[in-house]
Design a protein around this ligand. Structure first.
Ligand SMILES: O=C(O)CCC(=O)C(=O)O
Ligand SMILES: [Fe+2]
Length: 354
């Protein structure tokens, strides 16, 4: 029985937390394509001044601009919990969806191939080798590809998201790297769509593919849509996700280039890394470990929309926060927060499929 099932049985939902490093670590400096940690000006100068100078931050004014951006980002993160809950409440009260049915997962949205894969994974004799026979060839080490959504569903979902974008509803952005994404929890996709997709369809698959990195005990997620357009974001810098396992599904529309590239796990030095390019194919999902470093090359034409589900396993992240690499220092958050929980899973929790 999973941790989540157990909590459900005793009639309570697990409470999720953030790690306090959220307000100090992994602050992305767009202009220099650099992730930094900021605890104090003194620490920041010691840790980054030489590197920033090498990257072209040479005048006092440029340095002040960097500090200003960091302070703004830290403030945004400190207020995020309250601001995000406010936005979700306003959206729920005022926004009228164009396609209300896309908020509730239906089997008809999914491809026959995904249903077949999941049915196999749920069977008692399932093993990784058998599953691999149903998947397409691994495009990069431990990156797996399979068709996820029907084309018609991808189109309706994008229409719904465009309708939301054009509405006057308040919008939050997924992270500092994507300027044009949409947070699916604020829009109301978690309960009826992403949670059942994760629990009933993705979890059986990740249990077989990634038992060594939390794939067998996923219990929360953060889901968002990223959008690339010729006049907006074109690409995404090299990074790792705040996730144990990530699903990235290409929704459309029409685009040229914009491949993903995968390097090594985040613990491996970049200078020892060779990257492999992986193409996005509309309707298909790429499943990868969250700590597997990756980025997205620029599109050269059109518009690219992808749904990203960062799936989390509290059992795994409670041991080590993937963002600061330390034992997490828990702070309260809303909803799934960043997927940490207070108690280690009880000893009798097994990773067997329910
Ligand atoms: O643009 C993409 O397809 C990748 C997005 C991504 O890696 C992320 O948002 O974490
Ligand atoms: Fe990512």
């Amino acid at each position: 029985m999973s941790c989540e099932d157990m909590a459900a049985e005793v009639g309570r939902k697990p409470q999720f937390y953030m790690c306090s490093c959220f307000t100090t670590n992994n602050i992305f400096l767009d202009d220099y394509k650099l992730h930094v940690r900021f605890v104090s000006e003194h620490q920041f100068r010691l840790d980054y001044q030489t590197q920033l100078t090498r990257l072209g931050c040479v005048t006092d004014q440029q340095y002040e601009e960097v500090l200003d951006k960091i302070h703004k980002e830290v403030d945004r993160r400190r207020q995020l919990c309250v601001v995000s809950a406010d936005r979700a409440a306003v959206i729920q009260r005022t926004y009228r969806p164009l396609h209300p049915h896309v908020y509730h997962l239906q089997e008809a949205f999914l491809t026959p191939q995904l249903k077949q894969i999941v049915e196999y994974c749920r069977s008692s004799s399932a093993d990784k080798e058998g599953l691999m026979e149903l998947l397409e060839e691994e495009p990069a080490p431990r990156v797996y590809r399979f068709p996820v959504f029907q084309k018609s569903f991808c189109e309706e979902l994008m229409e719904e998201l465009e309708h939301f974008e054009q509405s006057s509803a308040p919008k939050g952005r997924p992270n500092t790297m994507n300027h044009y994404g949409i947070l699916l929890n604020e829009l109301g996709f978690d309960e009826g769509f992403i949670t059942p997709l994760r629990e009933h369809y993705l979890h059986p698959v990740t249990s077989l593919l990634y038992p060594d990195c939390g794939g067998c005990c996923l219990d929360s997620h953060k889901a968002f849509v990223v959008k690339y357009d010729m006049n907006e974001d074109l690409d995404l810098s090299y990074h790792y996700d705040n996730a144990e396992v990530t699903l990235n599904v290409s929704l459309g529309k029409e685009f040229t280039d914009g491949n993903l590239y995968f390097g090594d796990m985040r613990q491996v030095p970049v200078c020892e890394t060779e990257c492999t390019e992986v193409e996005h194919k509309v309707t298909e999902g790429l499943l990868h470990r969250g700590q597997h470093m990756h980025g997205a090359l620029p599109i050269s034409f059109g518009q690219r929309w992808n749904i990203i589900i960062w799936m989390r396993a509290s059992q795994e992240r409670n041991k080590l926060c993937p963002m600061c690499n330390k034992s997490p220092c828990l702070v309260e958050g809303d909803g799934f927060a960043d997927g940490f929980t207070k108690h280690e899973a009880p000893l009798n929790t097994s990773c067997a499929l329910a």
